[in-house]
Design a protein around this ligand. Structure first.
Ligand SMILES: Nc1nc2c(c(=O)[nH]1)N[C@H]1C(S)=C(S)[C@@H](COP(=O)(O)OP(=O)(O)OC[C@H]3O[C@@H](n4cnc5c(=O)[nH]c(N)nc54)[C@H](O)[C@@H]3O)O[C@H]1N2
Ligand SMILES: Nc1nc2c(c(=O)[nH]1)N[C@H]1C(S)=C(S)[C@@H](COP(=O)(O)OP(=O)(O)OC[C@H]3O[C@@H](n4cnc5c(=O)[nH]c(N)nc54)[C@H](O)[C@@H]3O)O[C@H]1N2
Ligand code: SF4
Ligand SMILES: [Mo]
Length: 751
């Protein structure tokens, strides 16, 4: 039967988490791992000096519950990595690559951990086992055969530890390029660009403690019940301390409505906690219009109440205010309100809260970053915070909620295609070579460069480049054109199956695996979404003796590639504290790194925006003027977002349900406003085709089942990665180049 026909659509539940989440989490792990092993891992998960959850980047609280500080999706992440199933050389001998391409992402993941280095040589139909020595030699030969180091690209996903990331970027720069695209390019790059420009640091400014002290928390474009579940416990605590919460999101995400915390009695037998005091279902990509309307109204009120805006802060700590205010004065309030799709009373309710409450925190996720105007969205949020003086003090500030568990740390370690001059100078000083100075390729650039035969070797440190990237068919062609594609991976994924002329799979240890060198257990370190650096240590036997730890893999590739070596790679991987010594001497904020990691809770990195010392060139926080979004749809066009279901981690599919949205047993669905469904003469479960025509290229996905849903008129929602073939490569945020995968224009037709 057609996959989309098997989808079951039910009523949404009216709260998130609760006891059911615990039951589902345990079933998930016990189905994949023996009970003893499961309990051993869960006992160490997110404990001080234990195993850092490989799920999202939400920080661990300082005071941790005895019941365990993890959530349903953290347990799923563990089960997915530590499962007993194995994808061995026998498995690859049995299934050709062509056959594996026909399987679903879910099926691929269920085949288990990779156990051996594998290769496909030109013209080959199956992956075959290869030794590490030979695999590294293939990489070295291919890299050294290129005319220019810029003809190679080195991708990174966000689970990689600080130690591995530091070695990787060092190797890549010694080899001679800044082509270090990473998953951040598709994720919070817009936040990094906007925050660096406005407040001088590309990271958020708040700590967990600030959340607990805040008066008002705004949550833009984020679905924490699925993507950062323990954020709901933090919000519950903030609310108990008196904060109000406002959600701004086209979809009514159930976890932002009500949360039952399975760790407390109220969550188990009581009614749970109402999270959002106000829920604004703004139209897709109209956040700038909403923010401008709100700010105009705040000014209006401030005329009679001078306590509403922080005039002192504006005068002493900011720049660009007059021009910003002048631009705001020219906006047409009625037009702005119409664009949002909200009632004026709803906007007034938000203005009431902003006018009466002082310390404000703005949290945001992919709902703001993944638009053509992603950078403007965030800059407009900053404008609002600056008007309120809500940055650089306790209980207030910016909170971009990061995705992968160490994506922020990887950037700190220098995984960046546009590195700072300070980093390049430090590398040159410490390692005695001049690193490349010109910018490298981001994700979008590198896909184009591979397609244009400019980049011939692609190496991936984790991740699933093909499925995560926009314009799937174009990206597949780009990868196919490479001489070599090589992926350092824990699990089989689609990027292994759409490959270059030669392809390698290099099996890597993950977070849960124990790495012992010379009889000593090694740990690594990571940085969470709030800039706290701490250790994480695996505890399970790796899936096979041929699986290597990431720093070791990088060191061996470096040795096989670099001829004039200025680094003693063997010494570095002998004991990871040797790598940390190099990090300490190269990266700002890591003084006494090894020593400070001994503190059970780790340490906080310097953050000027947190303390009100803005490190922008003018030493001020900058107001900016941002244009309204351009979403002009034709009559029969819709604006589509691609989002995550409750049963996936990015391209890793844990299961086929999205229980908080009432969808079971399938992912080929399109959420659509009830009236739109009726107007189109459709009904629930009908299978439709979605298509568009950017740059005169027809892009299409078929067989998506219609789900009538609480979403503004003219808006659609589908899941990533299934809808990625519809996201054109050229549709990305200006200056951050983040694919605009949350505002894609599409038309629909009945199959
Ligand atoms: N279990 C699990 N956890 C994860 C992940 C996962 O896939 N699964 N992924 C990790 C990663 S890498 C990341 S980056 C994060 C992602 O976490 P989120 O940022 O929560 O990501 P999305 O699921 O893409 O959803 C974003 C939200 O934005 C809303 N939205 C869409 N368009 C707009 C808009 O125009 N305006 C506003 N205001 N809202 C909008 C959507 O309705 C949705 O609720 O989660 C991380 N954690
Ligand atoms: N349309 C659309 N596209 C999107 C998004 C969206 O919202 N909509 N979101 C974007 C975002 S926010 C992100 S972050 C990207 C994600 O892009 P990626 O980070 O590239 O994708 P993941 O699915 O997280 O990568 C999963 C793979 O990583 C490997 N892996 C897992 N753990 C480890 C490890 O510890 N070590 C190593 N070496 N490998 C490991 C496994 O082989 C697994 O198959 O996708 C982006 N793409
Ligand atoms: S909130 Fe994120 S980091 Fe914490 S346990 Fe859940 S998935 Fe893991
Ligand atoms: Mo992400």
């Amino acid at each position: 039967m057609n996959e989309a026909k098997k989808v079951r659509i039910t009523r949404k539940p009216n709260y998130a988490a609760g006891v059911k989440a615990v039951v589902i989490a345990l079933k998930n792990i016990f189905d994949r791992m023996p009970k003893g092993k499961s309990i051993k891992v869960l006992n160490k998960l997110n404990k001080k000096e234990g195993l850092d959850c490989p799920g999202c980047a939400w920080p661990d609280p300082d005071h941790r519950s005895k019941l365990g500080e993890y959530c349903e999706n953290g347990v799923k992440a563990i089960a997915e990595e530590a499962m007993d199933a194995r994808a061995t050389p026998d498995f690859f001998a049995k299934h050709s690559i062509a056959e594996l391409q026909e399987k679903s992402d879910y099926w691929l993941g269920q085949q288990g951990r990779l156990t051996h280095p594998m290769v496909v040589r030109p013209g080959g139909t199956h992956y075959e086992q290869i030794s590490w020595g030979e695999a590294n030699a293939i990489i070295g030969e291919n890299l050294n055969a290129l005319d220019n180091p810029n003809d190679a690209a080195f991708y990174t996903s966000g689970r990689t530890s600080n130690e591995a990331a530091f070695l990787y970027q060092l190797f890549v720069r010694m080899y001679g390029t800044n082509n270090l695209p990473d998953c951040s390019n598709m994720c919070h790059e817009s936040s990094g660009v906007a925050l660096s420009k406005t407040v001088g640091i590309g990271k958020g400014s708040v700590t967990l403690d600030d959340l607990y002290k805040s008066d008002l928390i705004l949550i833009f474009g984020q679905n924490p019940a699925t993507n950062h579940p323990r954020m709901l416990s933090s919000l519950e605590k903030a609310k108990a301390n008196g904060a109000k919460v406002v959600s701004i999101n086209p979809l009514k995400e159930i976890g932002l409505v009500k949360f039952k915390n399975p760790q407390n009695i109220k969550g188990v037998v009581g009614g749970g906690t109402t999270i959002s005091d106000l829920y604004l279902q703004v139209r897709i990509n109209e956040d700038v219009a909403l923010l401008k309307a709100v700010m105009i109204k705040l000014y209006e009120r401030a005329k009679t109440d001078s306590s509403i805006l922080d005039e002192d802060f504006i005068a002493n700590k900011t720049a660009g205010y007059t021009a910003f205010k002048a631009d705001l004065d020219q906006q047409n309030l009625t037009d702005l309100i119409t664009r949002t799709g909200l009632l004026e009373q709803e906007i007034d309710a938000l203005v009431d809260l902003l006018a009466t409450r002082k310390n404000t925190i703005a949290c945001w996720g992919m709902g703001l970053t993944q638009h053509v105007n992603g950078v403007d969205n965030i800059q407009e949020v900053v404008n609002l915070l600056l008007m309120k003086g809500s940055i650089g003090k306790s209980g207030a500030g910016t909170c971009p909620v990061r995705g992968h568990s160490n994506v922020q740390g990887d950037r700190t370690m220098g995984i960046a295609e546009r590195p700072s001059k300070a980093l390049l100078n430090k590398i040159s000083e410490n390692f005695g070579f001049t690193p490349p100075q010109e910018d490298g390729y981001s994700v979008v650039d590198v896909i184009k460069a591979m397609h244009e035969d400019k980049v011939k070797v692609f190496i991936g440190m984790g991740g699933n480049f093909l499925s995560a990237s926009p314009d799937t068919h174009y990206t597949a062609e780009a990868l196919n054109k490479c001489n070599l594609t090589a992926h350092i991976s824990t699990k089989l994924n689609r990027s292994h199956l759409t490959h270059g002329k030669t392809a390698l799979i290099l099996p890597s240890m993950g977070r849960t695996d124990k790495y012992v060198k010379n009889g000593k257990s090694q740990f690594v370190s990571v940085e969470n979404s709030m800039g706290v650096v701490h250790t994480t240590q695996g505890l399970l036997h790796p899936p096979s003796e041929f699986v290597e730890s990431e720093p070791v893999i990088v060191a061996n590739i470096a040795k096989a590639t670099l001829t004039q070596d200025k680094v003693d790679w063997d010494f570095l991987i002998e004991d990871y504290s040797n790598i940390r010594d190099l990090i300490e001497s190269t990266i700002e904020g890591f003084e006494n790194y090894n020593e400070r990691l001994k503190k059970p809770l780790g340490f906080e990195l310097p953050n000027g925006a947190r303390t009100g010392n803005f490190t922008t060139p003018n030493k001020k926080a900058n107001f900016t003027i941002n244009k309204l979004s351009e979403n002009h749809c034709q009559v029969d066009e819709y604006l589509m977002m691609t989002t995550r279901s409750h049963d996936q981690f990015n391209t890793t599919i844990y299961g086929l349900d999205d229980r908080y949205r009432g969808v079971y047993n399938g992912r080929m669905v399109v959420f659509m406003n009830q009236e739109d469904v009726k107007e189109k003469g459709l009904k629930q479960g009908d299978l439709i085709t979605l298509y568009n025509n950017y740059d005169n290229i027809e892009r299409m996905v078929k067989d998506f089942a219609v789900v009538p849903y609480d979403i503004p008129k003219g808006c659609l929602a589908t899941y990533f990665p299934e809808a990625n073939p519809l996201v054109p490569l050229g549709l990305h945020a200006h200056s951050s180049h983040t694919p605009a995968s949350k505002s894609v224009k599409v038309k629909i037709k009945l199959n």
